[in-house]
Design a protein around this ligand. Structure first.
Ligand code: ADP
Ligand code: 5GP
Length: 200
């Protein structure tokens, strides 16, 4: 059985990664989302084990030392990481798996797993990004300012990715990413094969 596709969805905070991934998961039932570990506090609507595995800074550091993460990064003062064993198990079962991670983490995964496929999700404009991040209403004014400063720097990173998708309409962006997944699954280099020819 061919290994599943490891699909990195990355881009600045507030661009719509979470929203587009939720849409993608609804239209592609077989697709799985990797649940990251973080030291950030849960938002009111978030549940342990669904959006994130929430943990403490000492426990996170312990996991780094144990080599538990495929990648990890400090994003806006909190730790975030992808659990290596879970990713291996999922890909080994032939599942396509999404990593919704920041640009630092995306660079680490591209280096550690060259067969991964990376998508940079971009906003239609910087004004739209500011509206989205402010409109979400989950961060303080100070945190919003910090995230927008980081976002301006992160926008230059798109050149390191395999694909760029502009999140103008959620459904459109999700459909484009779905097409990328279909194309990747048809790659001969990934193990795609025509049917057996049968006897002569
Ligand atoms: P991220 O996961 O990248 O931080 P979110 O998915 O939380 O971003 O989206 C940030 C805000 O932008 C949310 O309020 C979401 O509803 C909104 N949003 C996402 N995609 C779009 C879009 N295509 N058009 C308009 N608003 C969007
Ligand atoms: P949020 O706090 O808004 O959920 O996420 C903040 C940022 O951290 C987002 O850009 C998100 O993609 C990123 N992030 C979430 N999980 C991970 C992870 O496991 N690793 C890395 N490197 N970034 C992550």
């Amino acid at each position: 059985m061919a290994e599943g596709v490891l699909l990195i969805i990355s881009g600045p905070s507030g661009v719509g990664k979470g929203t587009v991934c939720r849409n993608l998961l609804m239209v592609r039932e077989a697709l799985k989302l990797s649940v990251s570990t973080t030291t950030r506090s849960p938002r009111p609507e978030e549940e342990e084990g669904r959006e994130y595995n929430f943990t403490t800074v000492p426990r996170f550091k312990e996991m780094i030392e144990q080599g538990s993460f495929l990648e990890w990064a400090i994003v806006h003062d909190d730790y975030y990481g992808t659990h290596l064993a879970t990713v291996r198990e999922s890909l080994g079962r032939g599942e396509d798996l999404i990593l919704e991670i920041d640009v630092q983490g995306a660079a680490q995964v591209r280096e550690n797993i060259p067969a991964s496929v990376s998508v940079f999700l971009a906003p239609p404009s910087m004004e739209a990004l500011e509206e989205r991040i402010t409109g979400r209403g989950t961060e303080s004014t100070e945190k919003i300012k910090q995230r927008l400063t980081t976002a301006r720097r992160e926008m230059d990173e798109f050149v390191s990715y395999d694909y760029v998708v502009v999140n103008d309409l959620v459904e459109h962006a999700a459909a484009l990413i779905s097409s990328i997944l279909d194309a990747e699954n048809c790659k001969v280099s990934r193990g795609a094969r025509p049917p057996e020819r049968g006897g002569e």
